[in-house]
Write a protein of this length. Structure first.
Length: 155
């Protein structure tokens, strides 16, 4: 009985390991539906850029600039940047700016935050932060953030 239980448990763990390995491999390749979803999200940013936030919340608008011009990020579900709003609660999300250099974090609870953005891939080593950002319900602050200078990752 013990041997059958052990074999069953071992097989379950082996199956779970193989499934997670296959999932990780598939997640690294972007499907056509993922690309379409990323395109729709990028287009939606311009639509909600000047809208009021949901009642009782705030939105944080980020304008990414490179050489003084809006930086158009790659349209992809694989993100080049990570945004964090840290306070009593911790909010984070990966993103790429759209073709106008824009990105928006919506539905942030009112409070005082430390905002952080960290770069990945070609932006590895780049970061930005701002402490003491107070947002009240209905606020839509804009942060213009320069990507210059960028420490490029060496291959």
């Amino acid at each position: 009985m013990f041997q059958k239980t052990f074999v069953l448990i071992f097989n379950v763990f082996l199956f779970a390991f193989l499934l997670s390995t296959i999932s990780l491999t598939l997640a690294q390749e972007e499907s056509e539906s993922s690309k379409r979803m990323a395109e729709m999200m990028a287009q939606n940013i311009d639509k909600i850029w000047n809208q009021k936030p949901e009642e009782g919340t705030a939105n944080i608008r980020i304008l990414m600039l490179k050489d003084g011009e809006p930086y158009a990020g790659e349209v992809s579900i694989h993100t080049d940047f990570s945004f964090r709003a840290i306070s009593r609660s911790h909010h984070s999300q990966g993103f790429n700016p759209n073709s106008n250099g824009r990105w928006i974090y919506t539905d942030l609870e009112p409070g005082t935050y430390k905002l952080e953005i960290e770069g990945f891939n070609d932006f590895e080593g780049w970061s930005w932060e701002k402490e003491g950002v107070k947002v009240d319900a209905g606020d839509v602050p804009l942060f213009e953030i320069s990507l210059d200078p960028i420490s490029k990752k060496t291959e």
